[in-house]
Design a protein around this ligand. Structure first.
Ligand code: ADP
Ligand code: MG
Length: 224
């Protein structure tokens, strides 16, 4: 039996705002197996982004336990968390968050150099990914010279560049029109499947969710 790529046990998160406490996550349990693609559904405000930020080791302040590829992330120091995130996790945000002064190619090459990949191999990997996403003729464009759908494709390539065991995506096509969203999500899922990564993808689109292996729903702070 394989170990889960991510295992959450009793995950909690509360926010305090103007003296009022909101319990956003009230004990989330979830295991995602290697290669499994899970859709995270829930209406706006249900805590999808909060949950993904926890799993992506982007924020602290959580109760409960987060295991990534068998490592208890809650027990790690800041540096080890950063290394674990860099080596195991790829993140696609709702807004692309690309580096504005760098080309599409460079945006996909850079995280590989940070992870210690050689320039030549990183370049080849970036070209392959961007080519598979239909951006072979846009390699030297900066983000501002790309359409919204093209920007999100570059963000997808960047998230997959280091072949992470776990891909997290927070409404990755939420800013795109329906036709473009379908196209980009289809390409995204195909690449994730091809490289055998597991994925947890937040969306509020039921139709897109059902293209994935399993659907979980956030409701009143727990998954059902
Ligand atoms: P979703 O992504 O499902 O729309 P979020 O995770 O963004 O939901 O937010 C869930 C709830 O947590 C919301 O009620 C939101 O107002 C609250 N929340 C999120 N982040 C913070 C924060 N940094 N401070 C206070 N409240 C927050
Ligand atoms: Mg959100």
């Amino acid at each position: 039996m394989n170990d889960p790529v991510v295992k959450l046990s009793g995950l909690t998160r509360s926010f305090e705002q103007g003296g009022v406490r909101i319990d956003v996550l009230r004990g989330v349990d979830l295991a995602v197996m290697p290669g499994e693609i899970v859709a995270l559904l829930g209406p706006s405000g249900s805590g999808k982004s909060t949950l993904l930020q926890a799993v992506g080791l982007l924020e602290g302040g959580f109760g409960g336990r987060i295991e990534i590829a068998g490592t208890d992330a809650s027990a790690l120091s800041g540096d080890s968390r950063t290394t674990l995130r860099r080596d195991r996790i790829g993140f696609v945000y709702q807004f692309h968050h690309l580096l504005p002064d760098f080309s599409a190619l460079e945006n996909v090459v850079l995280p590989q150099l940070v992870a210690g990949t050689e320039r030549g191999a990183a370049d080849e990997r970036a070209r392959d990914l961007l080519g598979a996403l239909g951006l072979g003729a846009r390699l030297d464009h900066r983000p501002s010279q790309l359409s919204g759908g093209e920007q999100q494709r570059v963000a997808v390539a960047r998230a997959l560049a280091n072949r992470p065991a776990l891909v997290l995506a927070d409404e990755p096509t939420g800013n795109l029109d329906e036709k473009t969203a379908d196209l980009v999500l289809g390409q995204f899922l195909e690449l994730v499947r091809r490289q055998g990564s597991a994925a947890l993808i937040a969306t509020h689109n039921e139709r897109l969710a059902h293209a994935m292996d399993r659907v979980v729903r956030l409701h009143e702070g727990v998954l059902e």
